[in-house]
Design a protein around this ligand. Structure first.
Ligand code: SF4
Length: 367
């Protein structure tokens, strides 16, 4: 399959999802802070976090089938992806050995961190958010739902994360780590705890680490991450103020200038392409806002990690549908031109979502 075909296939999978019933595939955690409720598919030199549980998946032309004999172990199983019944390609589904272990005090590792993409260990350090029970909650988010499902624990300690990260590196060859957090009620917005947990993981494994947080009240707080973290994500979600006001009130309360100031500070500390921002397509914004907003980000050295809306079951947007693949393709082509003009490439990023690239097609459109 050529690269153009692969990038279009990945975009379609991100937007339409795939049916996996009967394929014996891990359909992903039902909820969480990021694009949850998806399965990780590795194919044709790329990786995709594909919706497998949302309502629209039943309408997808894509399905996954297990083509192994019943005697094959979980790690030896082979799968094919079909479109309208026609075989498209073989896919592999990453299986994490570490996720089967437990801590000394009996907590399953999968409740502490998960394998994301091909080789990323990911976790939400603090699974609660100060905005959750308020009108300011981000409507696309499902951070506290996985707590209700008993799929995780409310706060992971640095010791627990260091232990799990060591096992994930040893058993599953993870090469980088993503740490996100619900926003805390403190001025640092959760940064201090991210720094503490990152330090413990770094000391135990030496792995490159990515952390995600809201712009803090005092930008100096970002400096505290300098020694222990390699890359950061400060997520605007949408460049259109009216959209943010409706979908993520907590984010719209932060002036755009504060995002810009936080991005600039972070780029000074971590370097070009080591800072990223999630941009969600499909929540009512114009194409122009995404393209021109991404241009501003790229000019500052920030990678715009553009993802189609993931309507997670149980979230306030669960009944929505992701944007059409053709629209995402257009956005990715336009923003890939901007990346090209500035010489920005996902492969220069050391850790986190940009390096993982499972949730966005943009890296696949780079040239
Ligand atoms: S891109 Fe980020 S959120 Fe998506 S699977 Fe990778 S690490 Fe997880």
């Amino acid at each position: 399959m050529d690269r153009d075909t692969v990038k279009i296939l990945k975009t379609e999978l991100l937007c339409l999802g795939a049916k996996v019933s009967g394929a014996d595939v891990d359909r992903g955690r039902k909820a969480g802070a990021g694009p949850a409720a998806g399965g990780m598919f590795i194919f044709e030199g790329t990786v995709a976090n594909v919706p497998t549980q949302s309502w629209f998946v039943s309408q997808s032309p894509y399905s996954v089938y297990n083509i192994s004999s019943e005697y094959k172990s979980e790690r030896q199983r082979r799968y094919v992806l079909t479109k309208d019944g026609e075989r498209i390609t073989e896919i592999s589904v990453p299986i994490a050995r570490f996720q089967k272990l437990k801590t000394r005090d009996g907590i399953p590792y999968y409740k502490i961190a998960l394998l994301h993409g091909a080789d990323c260990l990911a976790t939400t350090t603090i699974q609660t958010c100060v905005y959750w029970n308020t009108p300011k909650r981000c409507k696309f988010c499902a951070i506290e739902l996985s707590l209700l499902n008993n799929a995780t624990i409310a706060k992971k300690t640095p010791e627990q994360l260091a232990e799990v990260a060591e096992a994930a590196k040893r058993l599953d060859k993870v090469t980088h780590v993503t740490l996100t957090t619900g926003t805390t009620a403190t001025p640092d917005k959760g940064i201090n705890y991210l720094a503490e947990t990152a330090k413990a993981i770094k000391e135990a494994t030496g792995l490159p680490i990515h952390v995600q947080f809201e712009p803090p009240d005092d930008l100096k707080m970002i400096d505290t991450l300098h020694e222990v973290v390699d890359t950061v994500g400060i997520h605007i979600e949408s460049f259109e103020p009216a959209v943010l006001q409706r979908i993520a009130k907590c984010k719209s309360d932060i002036p755009f200038e504060r995002y810009v100031a936080a991005w600039k500070r972070a780029v000074e500390i971590f370097g070009d392409t080591q800072v990223s921002t999630y941009v969600i397509a499909g929540i009512g914004e114009s194409d122009e806002s995404i393209i021109e907003g991404s241009r501003i980000a790229v000019e500052l050295g920030v990678y715009p990690f553009i993802v189609p809306l993931r309507p997670i079951p149980g979230s306030m947007l669960e009944k929505e549908k992701p944007p059409e693949p053709a629209r995402m393709q257009h956005l990715y082509e336009q923003v890939a031109d901007i990346l090209h003009d500035f010489g920005m490439q996902w492969s220069k990023n050391k850790a986190g979502c940009v390096r993982c690239r499972a949730c966005s097609g943009l890296p696949d459109f780079e040239y």
